[in-house]
Ligand binder design. Structure first.
Ligand code: FES
Length: 126
């Protein structure tokens, strides 16, 4: 077993954070290379739980952070796409209000390996 597998998005994934590094209510962007595509993604700490998604609204495929690295709405309860106001539930990425209702953000699987949080390529991202 290798403790230092930090190769950029091999099958082993990409280390994006240290465990405990991201404070609740905050987010960080990162890039994954999956199937020869560069995917801009983001990870959020929602009430102590990390969730990661492809940074692409399900209404129109635009990035969701008009303001760099700002994904939460003012309440901190939802992820907001400010272009047309879609609100996504942070835990599963489901759109609960706005024009993408019924769709969900493309989830990026996360695993902990030692002190690292590692992102894996999502099954679907288009
Ligand atoms: S592009 Fe996100 S709500 Fe329209």
């Amino acid at each position: 077993m290798s403790a230092g597998d930090d190769s950029p998005c091999s099958d082993g994934g990409t280390a994006i954070l240290r465990v405990g590094e991201l404070e609740p209510g905050t987010s960080r962007k990162f890039v994954l290379t999956c199937k020869d595509q560069q995917l801009e993604c983001f990870v959020v700490n929602y009430r102590g739980t990390l969730r990661a998604y492809v940074n692409k609204c399900r209404h129109v495929p635009m990035t969701m952070d008009w303001v760099e690295n700002q994904f939460f709405d003012e309440s901190g309860a939802y992820l907001l796409c400010p272009t047309h106001g879609a609100l996504y539930e942070p835990e599963g990425g489901e759109c609960v209000a706005g024009p993408a209702c019924g769709k969900a953000l493309f989830a990026v699987p996360l695993v902990e390996r030692g002190e690292d949080v590692v992102a894996l390529c999502p099954d679907a991202f288009e």
